[in-house]
Design a protein around this ligand. Structure first.
Ligand SMILES: C[S@@+](CC[C@H](N)C(=O)[O-])C[C@H]1O[C@@H](n2cnc3c(N)ncnc32)[C@H](O)[C@@H]1O
Length: 253
């Protein structure tokens, strides 16, 4: 598994991360808030979930953290003076004050060491504080990854992708529940949820999101050809079988 913190095309990400809007909503729907809490958005990206938190916390505070400088610059558009936004690797995150809740959408599968990640998230929470998160889970876009993997193994791409490993870790529900308990959480509940996505612009979606790590390794003059070849190999309709891993837990004493 490669490094997960990478440079993002932020403008493109904001345009094409349409499913992320629904994913963020589904997380907030299962996090009861009074409006005066302090909530960490772990891996805020351009701020889709962060904006919803800001709206839900009129007298509270949002702490938006991401490993990418470009993402944190962009999240400045949605945070208020009372909120905080800063760059930090979540596996090294330490907050000066523990928060009431931690949210995270479409982030945890970018991080290989879930034991360490969950320990950091637990340490960020007050006792009794809630974790409400979602990320890619076991089986996520398996069909697409298999087809794009076949294209990547062809010439002229294969020689540039020798030793390439996808940077994603798609964990299962039971193993995640066990890791959360081990990290100091109780009332743990995790489950997988199939979620079909039909991206409005498949080429841009692949370029910025699901094939971005491959393109990081390929020379620029092969990018369009690689994307066209994968598009053709996937065929019509371009429909992606996402599997979301939902995580709910309470920080134990
Ligand atoms: C697919 S984006 C999701 C962003 C946002 N939560 C959303 O729903 O649109 C994944 C984000 O996780 C961040 N990320 C990945 N690994 C990270 C790490 N170890 N520490 C902090 N941020 C990380 C990336 O920089 C990126 O902004």
């Amino acid at each position: 598994m490669g490094s997960a913190i990478r440079d993002w095309d932020v403008a493109s990400y904001q345009r094409i991360s349409v499913p992320h809007e629904e994913w963020a909503k589904s997380i907030l729907e299962r996090l009861p808030l009074n409006g005066d809490e302090t909530v960490l958005d772990a891996g805020c990206g351009t701020g889709r979930l962060t904006r919803m938190l800001v709206e839900s916390l009129p007298s509270g505070k949002v702490i938006a953290v991401d490993g990418s400088e470009a993402m944190v610059e962009k999240v400045a558009d949605v945070v208020r003076p009372v909120d905080e936004a800063f760059v930090c690797d979540l596996t090294a995150l330490e907050l000066s004050q523990p928060v009431d809740a931690v949210t995270s959408s479409a982030v945890f599968h970018w991080i290989a060491d879930h034991e360490l990640l969950f320990r950091r998230m637990r340490a960020c929470l007050k006792e009794g504080g809630r974790l409400a998160a979602q990320c890619g889970g076991a089986g996520n876009i398996d069909d697409f990854r298999s087809v794009s993997g076949e294209v990547a193994a062809r010439r002229p791409y294969a020689s540039h992708l020798v030793g390439f490993e996808e940077p994603w870790y798609y964990a299962g529900a039971e193993e995640t529940e066990a890791r959360l308990r081990e990290a100091g959480f109780g009332e743990v509940r995790c489950w997988l949820q199939p979620w079909e996505v039909v991206p409005p612009d498949p080429v841009e979606f692949m370029r910025t999101l699901i094939l971005a790590p491959h393109l990081d390794r390929l020379p620029a003059d092969l990018h369009d050809r690689f994307l066209d070849d994968v598009l053709e190999a996937v065929g019509d309709p371009f429909s992606l079988r996402y599997v979301r891993l939902n995580l709910e837990a309470v920080a134990a004493g």
